[in-house]
Design a protein. Sequence first.
Length: 317
Amino acid sequence: MSEQRPLVPPLLAGLCDDAALFPPGNAPVAAAVPAHRGHRAAWYADLVGPFLLGADRIAEVGDAAAGEPLDVVLVVRAGPAALAEALDRLAARPALRLLGVELGPDADGTPADAAARCRDALARELPPGAAGVVELRRPADGDSARGRAALEAALDLLAAAGLRAKYRTGGLEPQAFPSAAELAALVGGCAARALPFKCTAGLHHAVRHTDPATGFTHHGFLNILAATDAALRGAAGGDVAEVLECRQGGELAAALADAPAAPGADTRADALRAVFTAYGTCSVTEPLADLAALGLLTRPDADLPADPTHPDTLDRA
């Protein structure tokens, strides 16, 4: 008898961190916490990573958890100076189980200088067993040789410290979106160092696209997955950037088709996900729908669930 295909293949396991509380979704805590529990109990649970908790929402989420354990990653965007106090407040909420901390950069010095201060704060404050993730401040000109050198220095620092990197790939203004060349430098640099990284913001769909409402061109999370695969196989920066610029979902899906493998196997898929670990999404159902449409996961029925934290759902409520 043939082995049954998993609904969510290992290539996609834990890819989507639940950022329902963050822009542009900005879901209320009363909707986001039960929705996350629903995702974690659904047939696509293996796709869903931890609940991302902003430091300013600790009390609200702690109350909403109502004594039932909730795995969280604490996001401290205010920088190293805010870390200790945020961890103290989280520790007072025993239902919130800390899996990791994503620490934002402060504004002084170079990206490497800011990353060094994050490294030092995490070395002092990070509880045992929690993962440390440092958000890199994007270089002032990521497309220049100087910008690439600044990024390389920051990546060297994180790799030496055994930390993970986080990079912003979008936002509410056009300059918040890095070019394909800048993002290719990040992907290639992490692949060369076997440095785990995640992305956040702007990755609303699997494939690169232009939002007709804003005119902003968004990176696709599937593009980043395929670009990481290309970089790990030795592709040059320009070739990695071409993968990031691809707008053909079928091409990207085909490029990754032979990557899925059994958990724990020493395979191409394992190597790829060890580097590109996850991305934050304010809607779990958007990537779910995209991946199902591309045939990269198997859904057990024809209809996909409604997401109570999706902005469209909240607007109608």
